[in-house]
Design a protein around this ligand. Structure first.
Ligand code: CA
Length: 491
């Protein structure tokens, strides 16, 4: 009798907690954040660029059909290390302290990994980290040292010393990163939701394809973008002096051929073909591995409880304006792919045109995880309502961008800041190095550029001095000042 009473009492006391815990668990979706390195929108079939006839991304295209594809996902500083810090912290470079490639993430930084752990998640980061300190905030990590290499990659797992790297003989970076991600998922604590950051190396320079994709584009003619032979007429001198020209500014390692032997007249056309074939072959391996991850989730019955995010740390020039690389606040480098499938929330095949930022990921994850709060220090905004097709009426109509690494040795991209509204891009090349790490100590005459992206989506006509645009320019200057104050970069 007494036993029955005790059991009954226990049931009354414990059941609500168990029910609560189960409900919470049910409400907390798993999150897989898949990020590639330097993957441009144009190199994903679903984005429908001039490369659509040749690009091979069936798995990403399928993901876009199942979920929501963003056309105006932008980064706040288009370069690897600073963008990764911005994603983790939801803060601009001037707040998180990672301005250039040469800045380490401060060890004391609290980021999305720590906060999701506090919210009850188990967290892991596998692949490229590139923040110059050991990862923090993750229950498990296994990372490439620095950039890592494509073929026979070496990685360092949590707990190993700085020189205790494990080499994956006959392995290819994307395959290895996916294998390790699946291994971690298999071994995870199944009573907790998970947050996995799966960070691919590809398709970052030097574009070494997996042996199985080496001849993927053999004999294929890659279509050229309209602006491959841009002459930079009417543009700022600082942009015209950028050294990211396809052909002339490549190294022999980039193209696996002594460039000096090429006829200069044909160099760009030839180098473009070689470059894109290597780049798109690397993309094929990323896509294939995204497919493997998704198939694993399906087989494990996890698909319905897991949010899949696919993005890149920034965009990339694939021949637009004759450029490769990123850094510059022109559309190909500012925009980055973003595809999100959140079962039961995103509408199949939805396309969203709102301005969203890499700063928005962390607050979104805290929001969907039901975390007690989104810290005020985060500068992004949750995309939860946007993902559900209910963009708030006061959603941002403009964004602020800043690239700090003035005239770094090989690319020569000047420091600049600017704003992108739903229609315009206004850029100020302020011409100062400001003692930034990795910057060249040389100041230049300040210059401005203004683009009407509605009338000139290729950004070929700088209308900064065009009197027709004087009223728009006045408003944009005011909006730029307002945004600089808002984000705290107005000192
Ligand atoms: Ca990158």
């Amino acid at each position: 009798m007494l036993r029955c009473i005790l059991v009954g009492l226990l049931a009354v006391l414990v059941l609500p907690f168990t029910a609560n815990a189960q409900e919470k668990k049910k409400k907390q979706p798993n999150i897989i954040f898949i990020m590639s390195d330097d993957h441009a929108n144009a190199a994903i079939g679903a984005y429908g660029s001039w490369l659509k006839p040749v690009v091979k991304t069936p798995n990403l295209d399928k993901l876009a059909k199942k979920g929501m594809r963003f056309t105006s996902s932008m980064v706040t500083n288009s370069i690897c290390t600073p963008s990764r810090a911005a994603i983790l912290t939801s803060q601009y470079s001037h707040k998180n302290g990672v301005y250039t490639l040469n800045d380490a993430l401060p060890k004391s930084t609290t980021h999305i990994g720590h906060l999701l752990r506090l919210a009850g998640y188990q967290t892991a980061l596998i692949g490229k980290w590139h923040l110059m300190i050991d990862p923090t905030g993750f229950d498990y990590w296994n990372v490439l040292p620095g950039q890592g290499v494509y073929i026979n990659p070496k990685l360092r797992p949590i707990g190993a010393g700085p020189k205790e790297l494990k080499e994956y003989k006959d392995g290819y970076s994307e395959d290895v990163i996916t294998d390790l991600s699946i291994d971690w998922l298999k071994k995870r604590d199944k009573d907790k939701p998970f947050y996995l950051m799966c960070h691919f190396k590809a398709p970052h320079r030097p574009w070494d394809p997996a042996p199985r994709f080496k001849d993927l584009y053999k004999g294929v003619k890659i279509p050229e973008p309209e602006t491959l032979y841009d002459d930079f007429k009417g543009r700022s001198k600082q942009v015209a002096n950028i050294k990211m020209r396809i052909g002339n500014d490549f190294t022999d390692r980039d193209l696996q051929t002594p460039i000096g032997m090429m006829d200069n007249k044909d160099l760009r056309a030839w180098a473009y073909q070689e470059y894109l074939k290597r780049y798109l072959s690397c993309v094929a391996a990323v896509d294939e591995n995204v497919g493997r991850l998704l198939a694993f989730l399906e087989a494990e019955g996890l698909s319905e409880d897991t949010i899949i995010v696919y993005t890149s740390d920034q965009g990339f020039f694939l021949g637009e304006h004759g450029f490769y690389d990123k850094r510059l606040m022109y559309e190909p480098a500012l925009l980055t792919p973003l595809i999100v499938h959140w079962p039961g929330h995103t509408k199949a095949g939805a396309v969203n045109n709102d301005i969203v930022l890499n700063l928005d990921h962390a607050p979104t994850f805290l929001d969907v995880a039901g975390a007690p709060m989104i810290p005020k220090s985060m500068q992004g905004r949750s995309l939860k309502a946007v993902l559900e097709g209910k963009t708030p009426a006061d959603w941002r109509q403009s964004m602020y961008y800043r690239y700090w690494m003035h005239l770094d040795g090989s690319h020569n991209v000047p420091a600049h800041y600017g704003i992108r509204t739903t229609r315009y891009t206004l850029i100020h090349f302020y011409g100062k190095h400001l003692d930034m790490k990795g910057a060249k100590k040389m100041d230049l005459e300040p210059e401005w550029e203004l683009y009407d992206n509605q009338k000139d989506p290729q950004q070929l006509r700088n209308v900064y001095a065009d009197p027709v645009y004087a009223p728009a320019l006045r408003e944009l200057r005011m909006e730029m000042d307002r945004l600089r104050r808002e984000v705290g970069d107005d000192k």
